[in-house]
Write a protein that binds this ligand. Structure first.
Ligand code: CA
Length: 231
């Protein structure tokens, strides 16, 4: 992948750069927000590793300007540990993932590669899987731990959107647009109600919940929320 690193701490930027090259990626480094943004808009990379606190313009502003320019490149933000606000702000601003500093380099590389896999063409896979939840898209069948789950057509569509991009947070409005395709005027309670029903059918009888939400950010499906959200 072609990866743009926007990080002002020279030593950290160098370590990330070296680690990514070692894993076969092509990485370039910019040490301030303005030059990083310019590079991203001139030659869009496959992925951006974006620090929050940067000289000239900060990471949130870089992200906002990228999204305003309709640049949909995947962005992983480097946030300060303990600052939950940074994480929520980053996700709301359109970051695809975040990793709190300090982090283990292997974890950063793993997150980057996972994001890269998600950034391919829209998934049209016949089979989707998150933990022990399986979906056969063609047959419109869903199994959890091998047990069939009966879903209404709308519940199935909603679950499919979530399962196509595990770990990505979807705002209610986006889910509404994707599943209901603006048949009715937007009503946030519709999405909530369907999520509640899905949770009941998918998660209620299992110790590991898969559907998660972050207040004011949205909904996601993934297997590892508990592990990731521990301080
Ligand atoms: Ca910094």
């Amino acid at each position: 992948m072609r990866i743009l690193i926007i990080e002002d701490e020279p030593q950290l930027a160098r370590h990330v750069n070296v680690a990514l090259h070692r894993h076969g990626h092509e990485a370039t480094v910019h040490h301030d927000g303005a030059s990083g943004l310019k590079a991203a808009l001139t030659t869009p990379p496959d992925l951006i590793v974006l620090d929050v606190n940067l000289p000239t313009i900060d990471g949130f502003e870089v992200l906002a300007r990228l999204r305003a320019a309709k640049c949909s490149v995947r962005v992983l933000m480097l946030t300060s540990r303990g600052e939950v606000g940074d994480r929520v702000r980053g996700l709301k601003a359109g970051a695809d993932d975040y990793i709190p500093k300090p982090f283990a380099m292997e974890e950063l590389v793993a997150r980057i590669e996972a994001l890269g896999r998600r950034s391919g063409a829209p998934v049209q896979a016949a089979a989707l899987q998150v933990a022990d939840l399986h979906m056969n898209v063609q047959q419109r069948r869903v199994l959890r731990s091998g047990e069939p789950i009966s879903l209404s057509p709308r519940e199935f569509d909603l679950l499919q959107v979530l399962m196509e991009e595990p770990g990505r947070y979807f705002a209610r409005t986006e889910l509404y647009d994707r599943v209901w395709q603006r048949e009715h005027s937007y009503d946030s309670r519709t999405v909530e109600m369907f999520i509640t029903r899905l949770r009941k059918k998918i998660d209620s009888e299992h110790p590991q919940p898969l559907i998660h939400n972050v207040r004011n950010v949205g909904y996601t499906i993934r297997a590892d929320e508990a592990a990731r959200d521990k301080p």
